[in-house]
Design a protein around this ligand. Structure first.
Ligand code: URA
Length: 439
């Protein structure tokens, strides 16, 4: 087999065979194919696309390029969730205890964040003493006993994706839907769950800006999962502004706690119920989405979801008292209030600008080695559709010093637009159900 012929086939819009795709992935990992030929094929795929069959084989080969996680020692259907990411996305923190309180085991492996705000692991590490490095015995014991455990990825998961993603990043081939779908799903397949709920974010603050693209990505990832023997539900949810009010690690932990107490922001609470409902249906704990939503609401109103979160923190070395005394969480040195420059209705909040401003106050990283300030970030006091008057507080800024707080204030102001009317979209824009897209 010859890589030049494979590149030529894709250039001429021909379908690649299974052998050709596996040869390519082996060559990527074994360094037998030089970066310039890998990049040429990535560009041909970016321009000419791939069939669902080709994408499924590519994903399987990438998933098997490194270690795979075996969760078969945990009884029942294991359900994973994945979000395509966005500013203020702290869903795992609230939804994992909610569904665990409904009896579904949550065995979650998460990553750290780069850019925007931190990842789930960073958010949890803002709780003093919380350990995200667990032995396999501890992980299993916590899941068996309490149905919830979360750890950082220790295994060498999908190394082919690491190599391909690094090349995509510098060759203008990141936006290719087949390559995005294969990249996300290769890591999910390698992590060993039976069912996966995918949250594809759509809007100005998300990777997918248009509904058509988000739906196509949702369909492609559903097909990949099902072609590889996994049950997949994909939802497309609105991300035209940051999710909830809090952006920044400890601030987001506090917001997740408020949500587990039934006092969270309405958009974030709604998203938790959507994702949680699909997880309970995927894990066969509820026969319908309506029933699942009732179960989740009961878990919150009865206090069981919060109890589960406390147990989870205690198991992993943190102080469960933070749930009653959130002042025990790390706090930033400086707090400033940002006020509205005019009267009007907030018509948009640019998530990317807010994310960049969060990195500016050290709530997120630019490079892997950057140190996060856990207390830093923002609390948005007004969101799209809110009418404000000049001088009204619209955001709180938490920063390590006065200079960074002032810079963040300037950045945040640029993120807001004002007008007379705002379009308010529902949180759930579409979802896949046996390959059909509903919404
Ligand atoms: N997230 C991933 O893991 N891969 C992509 O290609 C895009 C988003």
């Amino acid at each position: 087999m010859n890589i030049v012929e494979i590149i030529g086939k894709k250039r001429d819009r021909k379908e690649l065979t299974e052998e050709e795709i596996r040869f390519f992935v082996r060559g990527v990992c074994g360094e037998a194919i030089p970066d310039y030929q890998i990049s040429a094929l990535l560009m041909a795929i970016c321009i000419n696309g791939m069939s669902d069959g080709e994408i499924s084989v590519l994903t399987d080969a990438m998933a098997k390029s490194g270690d795979t996680v075996d969760l078969s020692y945990i009884d029942g259907i294991k359900v994973d969730k994945h979000s395509s990411g966005g500013v203020g996305d702290k869903t795992t923190l609230a939804v994992a205890p909610m569904v665990a309180a409904c009896g579904l085991p949550v065995a979650k492996m998460s990553g750290r964040g780069l850019g925007f705000s931190g990842g789930t692991i960073d958010k949890l590490e803002s709780i003093k003493g919380f350990r995200t490095t667990l032995s396999e015995a501890e992980f299993t014991e916590f899941i068996r006993r309490d149905k919830i455990a979360l750890m950082g990825q220790t295994k060498n998961v999908a190394p082919a994706d690491k190599k391909l993603y690094a090349l995509r990043d510098v060759t203008g081939t990141v936006p290719s839907l087949p390559l995005i779908a294969a990249s996300i799903m290769s890591k999910k397949l390698a992590c060993g769950s039976d069912a996966i709920v995918l949250d594809v974010k759509c809007g100005s603050g998300a990777f997918m800006k248009s509904l058509d693209d988000a739906v196509e990505l949702a369909q492609k990832m559903t097909a990949i999962g099902e072609n590889n023997g996994r049950r997949v539900f994909a939802v497309v949810t609105n991300m035209d502004q940051p999710l909830g009010n809090a952006v920044g690690n400890a601030l987001e932990v506090k917001e997740a706690i408020d949500t587990l107490k039934g006092k969270g922001p309405s958009d974030f609470t709604e998203l938790c119920y959507i994702i949680g409902s699909f997880m309970l249906v995927a894990g066969e704990r509820a026969e319908s989405l309506e029933k699942a939503r009732e179960m989740l609401k009961d878990a919150v109103s009865s206090g069981k979801a919060l109890q589960k979160f406390k147990k989870f923190i205690e198991n992993q070395g943190g102080d469960p008292e933070i749930t009653e005394h959130t002042e025990l969480l790390p706090a930033a040195k400086v707090k400033k209030v940002l006020t509205s420059p005019r009267d009007g209705v907030i018509t948009s909040i640019d998530g990317e600008r807010i994310g960049a401003a969060a990195v500016g106050v050290k709530a997120g990283r630019l490079v892997k080695t950057d140190k996060i300030d856990f207390g830093s970030g923002f609390v948005l006091l007004a969101k799209i559709g809110d009418r404000v008057v000049k001088g009204q507080p619209i955001a709180e800024i938490y920063a390590p010093d006065e200079v960074l707080a002032a810079e963040a204030g300037e950045q945040l102001l640029k993120a807001y637009s004002f007008g007379e009317n705002a379009e308010i979209k529902p949180m759930l824009l579409a979802y896949t159900n046996n390959h059909l897209i509903c919404g």
